[in-house]
Design a protein around this ligand. Structure first.
Ligand code: PHE
Length: 355
């Protein structure tokens, strides 16, 4: 008995000190481990004279329970205080002002491409892509462009080999061919991307951007084309009314063909779209030539439709008041900071395209 009381008192004292988890665990083994003090007492039960045995065992159990409970509650206490400590350290003050981490800006051309894609996807156009390095067939031949056509001229086209088989695409129209070759009609796609022509001045850059549109189905006619472009221009410039005119033109891959101008005026030194008596050409379009459809194994008796090619850079210049095309490609950080867009602000029709 003396032994039991001694153990209890000694450990009550020990457990009252400030302990960490591993110290408690050490005490636990000291008491209840295989050769622990309490465990050894239990082993003695058999050697105790019979009349004392019952009392010894019951006292031992009481001491064991008491110490065990104390140890468990200590462990619990330590664990809770450790969690609290951790929570305190990991606390984030959400009321603190954000650090200005947004360093980059979205280039106005990328922004414009996103806006265009959003506008056309609202009316069922899918976005397609094609490579910048094209073959002569997709860029010219399949598009009904004869061998002697001036567009094939070295002065306009960047050829990549002597045989003039590989080139930098001169327009996004080869994506029409790629799309129609790989799928079955109907087709309703746009294809934004880089295009290249040997041209360079204030309004021409050897690399520029276009977005191609193609809608092929049964019974598609020129009025669909007009309706589609009218919708697009209004959405893009975020205006209710637009002045638009179709001028007869020529492209080998469309018949009839047209160029589209939009009306504008200059008010207080700024371009205002949709009013005034000045005209600006923004795109070429027309009804896809039957030869083009034949080249991609689409039956022109059954299917027909329209195509258009819009110059993206010019649209971006008009919308965002940028007056030198070359500034787009100069990579001037200060320029981008001024004209660029917040990367977290993705343009969508319902939230507003540009804010
Ligand atoms: N590919 C023509 C160009 O680059 C534009 C266009 C596309 C015209 C589709 C008609 C149809 O000028």
């Amino acid at each position: 008995m003396v032994n039991l009381k001694k153990i209890k008192d000694e450990f009550l004292l020990k457990l009252n000190e400030k302990l960490n988890l591993s110290e408690i665990n050490l005490i636990k083994t000291e008491l209840f481990g295989k050769n622990g003090l309490v465990s050894s007492e239990f082993k003695k039960i058999g050697t105790i004279p019979e009349q004392e045995r019952k009392k010894f065992a019951s006292d031992l159990n009481i001491v064991k329970d008491e110490l065990q409970e104390l140890i468990n509650s200590k462990i619990n206490e330590i664990e809770i205080s450790e969690i609290n400590e951790k929570l305190k350290k990991e606390k984030i003050d959400v009321t603190l002002p954000e650090r200005s981490f947004v360093q980059g800006k979205i280039h106005p051309v990328s922004q414009t491409i996103d806006e265009i894609s959003s506008i056309f996807s609202e009316i069922g156009f899918n976005v397609e892509e094609g490579p910048d390095v094209e073959n002569e067939y997709n860029n010219f031949t399949a598009l009904n462009t004869p061998d002697n056509h001036p567009a094939r001229d070295m002065h306009d086209t960047f050829y990549l080999d002597k045989n003039k088989e590989k080139l930098l695409r001169t327009h996004t129209s080869p994506v029409q061919i790629r799309t129609m070759k790989k799928d079955k009609p109907p087709f309703k796609i746009i294809a934004p991307g880089r295009t290249y022509r040997s041209d360079s001045d204030q309004t021409h850059s050897p690399m520029f951007h276009q977005v191609e549109g193609l809608h092929i189905d049964k019974d598609i006619n020129m009025s669909h084309l007009k309706g589609c472009l009218n919708y697009f221009i209004k959405e893009f410039f975020e205006v209710d009314k637009i002045k638009m005119r179709f001028r007869p033109s020529h492209f080998p891959f469309t018949e009839p063909s047209a160029e589209v101008d939009i009306g504008y005026e200059i008010k207080d030194g700024k371009i205002v779209i949709g009013e005034g008596d000045k005209w600006l050409e923004i795109l070429g379009c027309g009804m896809v030539h039957p030869n083009v459809l034949k080249n991609v194994k689409v039956n022109p008796e059954k299917y027909q439709g329209y195509a258009f090619g819009i110059g993206i850079d010019r649209l971006a210049m008009l919308k965002y008041g940028i007056n030198d095309l070359r500034s787009f490609f100069e990579c001037d950080y200060r320029w981008l900071n001024h004209f660029g867009f917040d990367p977290l602000d993705v343009p969508t029709n319902y939230r507003g395209l540009s804010r």
